[in-house]
Design a binder for this molecule. Structure first.
Ligand SMILES: [Zn+2]
Ligand SMILES: [Zn+2]
Length: 137
């Protein structure tokens, strides 16, 4: 738990029991997770507390949200370089049509998009759909 505590305090987040539990859960997951999934799989969690926890994580640059086209918002841990209110995770997300899981691809960076004049980008998101490495074998 020491390492998890440090991860939280590094992001100026108070390490409460619930937050440690949520971080532990997210660390062990390889795929992005929805609030509903978290609620079902984590013991002693209620939706409101869980939602607040994730929101705090998001605000402090510990997790980022992913819209993968399924209509369900999912969350995944950020890479090291994220600051509060400023996410550096401009990586591609991969949705597997077979297992329906969404993975962060931290080494695959979203390419620069050239916009017409007077258009200002505020967010960039790129979802690639296909068959993931685990399902391909
Ligand atoms: Zn898959
Ligand atoms: Zn991601």
């Amino acid at each position: 738990m020491k390492e998890l505590e440090k991860k939280l305090s590094d992001k100026q987040i108070n390490p409460t029991a619930m937050r440690l539990l949520a971080l532990d859960y997210l660390t062990k997951r390889s795929a992005a997770v929805s609030l509903t999934e978290m609620e079902l799989e984590m013991d002693r969690s209620d939706r409101v507390t869980l939602y607040r926890t994730i929101k705090t994580f998001e605000e402090h640059g510990l997790v980022h949200r992913i819209e993968d086209g399924t209509g369900i918002t999912k969350f995944a841990l950020c890479q090291q370089g994220c600051d509060p209110g400023h996410h550096h995770d401009l990586h591609v997300h991969f949705f597997c049509n077979s297992c329906k899981e969404t993975h962060c691809l931290p080494k695959t960076i979203i390419p620069e998009v050239v916009l017409p004049e007077a258009y200002q980008a505020q967010e960039r998101e790129l979802i690639v759909k296909g068959i993931c490495a685990a399902c391909a074998v």
